[in-house]
Design a protein. Sequence first.
Length: 226
Amino acid sequence: MDNLKQFAVQTYTSIRALLHNGLAVLGAVAVIALLLGARPVVDQSVQQGPASAVFGTIRHEGISLYGPTADAESRQNRALAVYLSRRYKVALDATEQLVGAAHEAGSRLGMDPLLILAVMAVESRFNPIAESVMGAKGLMQVIPKFHQDKLEEHGGEESVLDPMTNILVGTRILKDAMRRGGGLMPGLQLYAGAFGDDGQQYAQKVIAEKERMQQTLRRSQLQPRA
């Protein structure tokens, strides 16, 4: 009888473990399927490298924002992309596109592209499908319900996870926050909703990241051409 009871317990434990592991596998498959279904890929035909599973090619008004050339500015952008790729463990083809997207948004809206990239770094660590418990989404953590008017011209709330839309809308929000706050530091605090932060820790983090990018660009200027 004791042997039979022991056998029953062992059998029950094995079946329970099997079911648990099976559910875990199904759960993982579901998560992967969800991520693949939600990814903000604009052009899947040019996927290459690990980051293309999330990014594809970022486009704005039908034009690819990734077109490397041999001029000095592009060499600096490449150095910046390499820095971001290594620091945040994001594929280089993705960071190259993000650098291009930040320059496009900065040019259109009169904002410093390094500041835009620094906000992305702090907000999402360059994860285009990041989402906070407060409902902030994408690279610059835009909260759709608060900015429906800005998203409407890009196709509505669903467009918030499109990388270029998220960057453009986030940059507009940041620019407006700086105007309302009366400057860079208070504007960054407004952007983050960090109203009670007397030490301006959020703004300090963004500025520190921007300064690291500036140092990277300065070093790239000193390097001889290959």
